[in-house]
Write a protein that binds this ligand. Structure first.
Ligand code: KDG
Length: 309
Protein backbone atom coordinates (compact mmCIF):
# COMPACT_ATOMS: atom_id res chain seq x y z
CA UNK A 1 0.00 0.00 0.00
CA UNK A 2 1.38 3.41 -0.97
CA UNK A 3 1.00 6.58 1.12
CA UNK A 4 -0.21 9.81 -0.45
CA UNK A 5 -0.87 13.21 1.16
CA UNK A 6 -3.34 15.73 -0.29
CA UNK A 7 -3.58 19.40 0.68
CA UNK A 8 -6.76 21.32 0.20
CA UNK A 9 -10.13 22.47 1.46
CA UNK A 10 -13.02 20.20 2.36
CA UNK A 11 -16.27 21.96 1.53
CA UNK A 12 -19.86 21.23 2.42
CA UNK A 13 -21.82 20.94 -0.81
CA UNK A 14 -25.49 21.81 -1.11
CA UNK A 15 -26.59 20.20 -4.32
CA UNK A 16 -29.82 21.34 -5.95
CA UNK A 17 -32.38 18.63 -5.68
CA UNK A 18 -33.99 19.86 -8.90
CA UNK A 19 -32.29 21.28 -12.02
CA UNK A 20 -32.51 24.96 -12.96
CA UNK A 21 -31.52 28.37 -11.61
CA UNK A 22 -30.73 28.37 -7.89
CA UNK A 23 -33.32 31.06 -7.17
CA UNK A 24 -36.10 28.55 -7.96
CA UNK A 25 -34.58 25.55 -6.21
CA UNK A 26 -36.35 24.80 -2.93
CA UNK A 27 -34.53 21.69 -1.76
CA UNK A 28 -30.83 21.06 -1.39
CA UNK A 29 -29.09 17.83 -0.61
CA UNK A 30 -25.96 17.97 1.53
CA UNK A 31 -22.76 16.22 0.48
CA UNK A 32 -19.15 16.47 1.62
CA UNK A 33 -16.80 17.45 -1.18
CA UNK A 34 -13.82 19.56 -2.24
CA UNK A 35 -11.53 18.55 -5.05
CA UNK A 36 -8.62 17.22 -2.98
CA UNK A 37 -10.93 15.25 -0.67
CA UNK A 38 -12.58 13.65 -3.72
CA UNK A 39 -9.13 12.70 -5.02
CA UNK A 40 -8.09 11.37 -1.60
CA UNK A 41 -11.22 9.21 -1.44
CA UNK A 42 -10.47 7.84 -4.92
CA UNK A 43 -6.94 6.97 -3.76
CA UNK A 44 -8.31 5.02 -0.78
CA UNK A 45 -11.10 3.29 -2.72
CA UNK A 46 -8.43 1.91 -5.08
CA UNK A 47 -6.48 0.57 -2.12
CA UNK A 48 -3.85 3.12 -1.13
CA UNK A 49 -3.59 5.33 1.95
CA UNK A 50 -4.36 9.05 1.75
CA UNK A 51 -3.67 11.69 4.40
CA UNK A 52 -5.73 14.87 4.09
CA UNK A 53 -4.06 18.10 5.20
CA UNK A 54 -6.31 21.11 5.74
CA UNK A 55 -8.50 23.04 8.14
CA UNK A 56 -12.17 22.97 9.00
CA UNK A 57 -14.14 25.24 11.32
CA UNK A 58 -15.04 24.38 14.91
CA UNK A 59 -18.65 23.88 13.86
CA UNK A 60 -21.14 21.15 12.96
CA UNK A 61 -20.05 21.17 9.31
CA UNK A 62 -16.40 20.83 10.30
CA UNK A 63 -17.22 17.83 12.50
CA UNK A 64 -19.35 16.41 9.70
CA UNK A 65 -16.48 16.82 7.21
CA UNK A 66 -13.97 15.04 9.47
CA UNK A 67 -16.35 12.19 10.34
CA UNK A 68 -17.26 11.71 6.68
CA UNK A 69 -13.64 11.72 5.49
CA UNK A 70 -12.67 9.28 8.25
CA UNK A 71 -15.61 7.07 7.34
CA UNK A 72 -14.38 6.96 3.75
CA UNK A 73 -10.99 5.68 4.91
CA UNK A 74 -9.07 8.96 4.67
CA UNK A 75 -6.47 9.64 7.38
CA UNK A 76 -7.79 12.79 9.11
CA UNK A 77 -5.11 13.12 11.79
CA UNK A 78 -3.64 16.20 10.05
CA UNK A 79 -6.90 18.11 9.64
CA UNK A 80 -6.83 21.10 12.02
CA UNK A 81 -9.92 22.54 13.66
CA UNK A 82 -9.76 26.32 13.37
CA UNK A 83 -11.92 28.11 15.96
CA UNK A 84 -11.52 31.46 14.18
CA UNK A 85 -13.39 30.74 10.94
CA UNK A 86 -16.30 28.66 9.61
CA UNK A 87 -16.19 25.59 7.36
CA UNK A 88 -16.68 26.69 3.75
CA UNK A 89 -19.84 25.80 1.84
CA UNK A 90 -21.05 25.94 -1.76
CA UNK A 91 -24.16 25.32 -3.78
CA UNK A 92 -24.39 23.40 -7.05
CA UNK A 93 -26.75 24.65 -9.76
CA UNK A 94 -27.44 21.86 -12.23
CA UNK A 95 -28.37 21.72 -15.94
CA UNK A 96 -28.77 25.47 -16.23
CA UNK A 97 -27.98 27.41 -18.35
CA UNK A 98 -26.13 24.55 -20.06
CA UNK A 99 -27.78 21.11 -19.92
CA UNK A 100 -25.51 18.40 -18.45
CA UNK A 101 -23.27 21.02 -16.85
CA UNK A 102 -23.20 22.35 -13.28
CA UNK A 103 -22.19 25.68 -11.80
CA UNK A 104 -20.73 26.22 -8.36
CA UNK A 105 -21.70 29.11 -6.13
CA UNK A 106 -19.20 29.49 -3.32
CA UNK A 107 -19.59 30.85 0.22
CA UNK A 108 -16.01 30.20 1.24
CA UNK A 109 -14.22 33.54 1.49
CA UNK A 110 -12.18 33.62 4.73
CA UNK A 111 -13.29 30.08 5.53
CA UNK A 112 -11.26 27.86 7.86
CA UNK A 113 -10.04 25.88 4.84
CA UNK A 114 -8.68 28.99 3.18
CA UNK A 115 -6.56 29.67 6.30
CA UNK A 116 -4.37 26.63 5.56
CA UNK A 117 -0.80 27.79 5.96
CA UNK A 118 2.76 26.40 5.89
CA UNK A 119 2.66 26.00 9.72
CA UNK A 120 -0.02 23.34 9.29
CA UNK A 121 2.29 21.06 7.34
CA UNK A 122 3.49 17.81 8.91
CA UNK A 123 6.95 18.10 7.38
CA UNK A 124 8.21 14.60 8.22
CA UNK A 125 5.10 13.03 6.73
CA UNK A 126 5.37 15.11 3.55
CA UNK A 127 9.00 14.05 3.13
CA UNK A 128 8.14 10.40 3.69
CA UNK A 129 5.05 9.79 1.55
CA UNK A 130 5.23 8.40 -1.98
CA UNK A 131 3.39 11.40 -3.44
CA UNK A 132 2.00 14.81 -2.44
CA UNK A 133 -1.08 16.11 -4.28
CA UNK A 134 -2.81 19.48 -4.56
CA UNK A 135 -4.71 21.60 -7.07
CA UNK A 136 -5.11 25.05 -8.54
CA UNK A 137 -8.07 25.56 -6.21
CA UNK A 138 -5.87 25.49 -3.10
CA UNK A 139 -3.38 27.83 -4.76
CA UNK A 140 -6.27 30.24 -5.48
CA UNK A 141 -8.07 30.43 -2.13
CA UNK A 142 -5.50 32.48 -0.20
CA UNK A 143 -1.87 33.55 -0.11
CA UNK A 144 -1.19 31.31 2.92
CA UNK A 145 -2.77 28.27 1.24
CA UNK A 146 -0.68 28.93 -1.87
CA UNK A 147 2.46 29.12 0.28
CA UNK A 148 1.46 25.84 1.93
CA UNK A 149 1.27 24.12 -1.48
CA UNK A 150 4.64 25.55 -2.53
CA UNK A 151 6.28 24.39 0.71
CA UNK A 152 4.65 20.95 0.63
CA UNK A 153 5.83 20.48 -2.96
CA UNK A 154 9.35 21.51 -1.91
CA UNK A 155 9.33 18.80 0.77
CA UNK A 156 7.76 16.11 -1.43
CA UNK A 157 9.69 13.30 -3.09
CA UNK A 158 7.17 13.34 -5.89
CA UNK A 159 4.18 15.47 -6.83
CA UNK A 160 0.71 15.19 -8.38
CA UNK A 161 -1.21 18.31 -9.40
CA UNK A 162 -4.64 18.98 -10.90
CA UNK A 163 -4.79 22.40 -12.57
CA UNK A 164 -8.52 22.82 -11.68
CA UNK A 165 -8.64 26.51 -12.63
CA UNK A 166 -11.82 28.01 -11.15
CA UNK A 167 -12.28 31.44 -12.67
CA UNK A 168 -14.69 32.35 -9.85
CA UNK A 169 -11.68 32.19 -7.51
CA UNK A 170 -9.02 34.06 -9.53
CA UNK A 171 -8.22 35.50 -12.94
CA UNK A 172 -6.69 33.54 -15.80
CA UNK A 173 -3.53 35.67 -15.59
CA UNK A 174 -3.10 35.03 -11.87
CA UNK A 175 -3.75 31.32 -12.39
CA UNK A 176 -1.10 31.12 -15.14
CA UNK A 177 1.47 33.06 -13.14
CA UNK A 178 0.94 30.89 -10.05
CA UNK A 179 0.44 27.42 -11.49
CA UNK A 180 3.41 27.58 -13.84
CA UNK A 181 5.56 27.74 -10.66
CA UNK A 182 4.66 24.13 -9.80
CA UNK A 183 4.65 22.46 -13.21
CA UNK A 184 8.31 21.46 -13.31
CA UNK A 185 8.96 17.73 -13.00
CA UNK A 186 5.52 16.72 -11.75
CA UNK A 187 5.03 12.99 -11.71
CA UNK A 188 1.31 13.45 -12.50
CA UNK A 189 -0.37 16.47 -14.08
CA UNK A 190 -4.12 16.34 -14.53
CA UNK A 191 -5.60 18.99 -16.80
CA UNK A 192 -8.00 19.70 -19.67
CA UNK A 193 -8.31 21.88 -22.77
CA UNK A 194 -9.64 25.00 -21.00
CA UNK A 195 -6.93 25.00 -18.34
CA UNK A 196 -4.21 24.13 -20.81
CA UNK A 197 -5.23 27.07 -23.01
CA UNK A 198 -4.92 29.39 -20.00
CA UNK A 199 -1.60 27.94 -18.86
CA UNK A 200 0.34 27.44 -22.07
CA UNK A 201 -1.90 28.95 -24.77
CA UNK A 202 -2.55 25.52 -26.30
CA UNK A 203 -5.70 23.41 -26.07
CA UNK A 204 -4.93 20.71 -28.61
CA UNK A 205 -4.04 17.67 -26.45
CA UNK A 206 -1.11 16.43 -28.57
CA UNK A 207 0.48 19.89 -28.83
CA UNK A 208 -0.14 20.62 -25.14
CA UNK A 209 1.35 17.24 -24.20
CA UNK A 210 4.56 18.07 -26.02
CA UNK A 211 4.93 21.26 -23.99
CA UNK A 212 3.98 19.73 -20.63
CA UNK A 213 6.15 16.63 -21.04
CA UNK A 214 9.14 18.08 -22.91
CA UNK A 215 9.37 21.61 -21.51
CA UNK A 216 8.16 20.92 -17.97
CA UNK A 217 9.20 17.27 -17.62
CA UNK A 218 5.76 15.96 -16.58
CA UNK A 219 5.97 12.17 -16.32
CA UNK A 220 2.28 11.28 -16.70
CA UNK A 221 0.04 13.88 -18.33
CA UNK A 222 -3.64 13.06 -17.82
CA UNK A 223 -5.73 15.12 -20.24
CA UNK A 224 -9.46 15.07 -19.50
CA UNK A 225 -11.78 15.23 -22.51
CA UNK A 226 -15.15 15.50 -20.70
CA UNK A 227 -17.76 13.10 -22.13
CA UNK A 228 -15.21 11.94 -24.72
CA UNK A 229 -13.05 10.26 -22.04
CA UNK A 230 -9.40 11.01 -21.36
CA UNK A 231 -5.94 10.54 -22.77
CA UNK A 232 -2.63 9.91 -21.03
CA UNK A 233 0.81 10.84 -22.35
CA UNK A 234 3.72 8.93 -20.85
CA UNK A 235 7.26 8.36 -22.10
CA UNK A 236 6.41 9.42 -25.64
CA UNK A 237 3.32 7.22 -25.88
CA UNK A 238 -0.35 8.11 -25.86
CA UNK A 239 -3.16 6.05 -24.28
CA UNK A 240 -6.76 6.99 -25.01
CA UNK A 241 -9.81 5.74 -23.09
CA UNK A 242 -13.15 6.73 -24.67
CA UNK A 243 -16.04 8.03 -22.56
CA UNK A 244 -19.44 6.34 -22.12
CA UNK A 245 -22.83 7.66 -22.99
CA UNK A 246 -24.73 7.94 -19.69
CA UNK A 247 -27.42 10.19 -18.24
CA UNK A 248 -25.73 13.13 -16.50
CA UNK A 249 -27.05 14.11 -13.08
CA UNK A 250 -24.11 16.28 -11.98
CA UNK A 251 -20.59 16.23 -13.43
CA UNK A 252 -19.05 17.92 -10.37
CA UNK A 253 -16.18 15.84 -8.99
CA UNK A 254 -15.77 13.59 -12.03
CA UNK A 255 -12.31 14.99 -12.80
CA UNK A 256 -11.11 14.37 -9.25
CA UNK A 257 -12.30 10.76 -9.37
CA UNK A 258 -10.56 10.37 -12.71
CA UNK A 259 -7.29 11.78 -11.38
CA UNK A 260 -7.35 9.85 -8.10
CA UNK A 261 -8.26 6.52 -9.68
CA UNK A 262 -5.61 6.96 -12.38
CA UNK A 263 -2.85 7.82 -9.89
CA UNK A 264 -3.83 5.12 -7.40
CA UNK A 265 -3.98 2.48 -10.16
CA UNK A 266 -0.55 3.46 -11.51
CA UNK A 267 0.90 3.29 -7.99
CA UNK A 268 -0.61 -0.19 -7.71
CA UNK A 269 1.30 -1.27 -10.81
CA UNK A 270 -1.37 -1.06 -13.51
CA UNK A 271 -0.35 0.00 -17.01
CA UNK A 272 -1.28 3.52 -18.19
CA UNK A 273 -3.66 1.88 -20.65
CA UNK A 274 -5.63 0.10 -17.93
CA UNK A 275 -5.30 2.90 -15.37
CA UNK A 276 -6.89 5.46 -17.70
CA UNK A 277 -9.63 3.03 -18.68
CA UNK A 278 -10.48 2.52 -14.97
CA UNK A 279 -10.28 6.26 -14.33
CA UNK A 280 -12.79 7.03 -17.09
CA UNK A 281 -15.19 4.43 -15.68
CA UNK A 282 -14.94 6.14 -12.26
CA UNK A 283 -15.62 9.59 -13.76
CA UNK A 284 -18.57 8.15 -15.70
CA UNK A 285 -20.18 6.72 -12.57
CA UNK A 286 -19.65 9.99 -10.67
CA UNK A 287 -21.59 12.06 -13.24
CA UNK A 288 -24.66 9.84 -12.88
CA UNK A 289 -25.41 11.01 -9.30
CA UNK A 290 -25.43 14.13 -7.13
CA UNK A 291 -22.42 14.21 -4.81
CA UNK A 292 -18.80 14.18 -5.89
CA UNK A 293 -17.38 11.03 -4.38
CA UNK A 294 -20.07 8.56 -3.28
CA UNK A 295 -19.99 6.77 -6.65
CA UNK A 296 -16.23 6.29 -6.93
CA UNK A 297 -16.02 2.56 -7.71
CA UNK A 298 -13.72 -0.13 -6.35
CA UNK A 299 -11.59 -2.08 -8.83
CA UNK A 300 -14.09 -4.95 -8.55
CA UNK A 301 -16.97 -2.65 -9.51
CA UNK A 302 -14.92 -1.14 -12.34
CA UNK A 303 -14.38 -4.66 -13.72
CA UNK A 304 -18.11 -5.33 -13.45
CA UNK A 305 -18.86 -2.13 -15.36
CA UNK A 306 -16.34 -3.04 -18.06
CA UNK A 307 -17.79 -6.51 -18.44
CA UNK A 308 -21.44 -5.59 -18.37
CA UNK A 309 -21.96 -2.03 -19.69
O1 KDG B 1 -13.91 19.16 -8.60
C1 KDG B 1 -15.02 19.28 -7.75
C2 KDG B 1 -14.83 20.47 -6.90
O2 KDG B 1 -14.80 21.59 -7.73
C3 KDG B 1 -15.90 20.66 -5.89
O3 KDG B 1 -15.94 19.62 -4.96
C4 KDG B 1 -15.78 21.97 -5.15
O4 KDG B 1 -13.52 21.85 -4.41
C5 KDG B 1 -14.38 22.46 -5.00
C6 KDG B 1 -14.04 23.73 -5.59
O5 KDG B 1 -13.24 24.39 -4.97
O6 KDG B 1 -14.51 24.04 -6.67
Amino acid sequence: MQEIAALGEILIQFNSFTPGPLRYVNYFEKHIAGSELNYCIAITVIGNKCYFIGRVGDDEFGRNAIEYARGRGVDVSHIKIDPEAPTGIYFVQRHYPVPDKSEMVYYRKNSAGSRLSPEDLPEELLKRVRLVHSTGITMAISESAKQAVLRAFELAKSRSFDTNIRLKLWSADKARETITKVLDNLEFLITDADDSKILIGESDPDKAAKIFTEKYGVKYLVYKLGPKGAVVYHEGRKYYAPGYNVRVEDPTGAGDALGGVFVSSILNGYTPENAIKYAVVAATLVVTVRGDNENIPTLKDIEKFLNEF
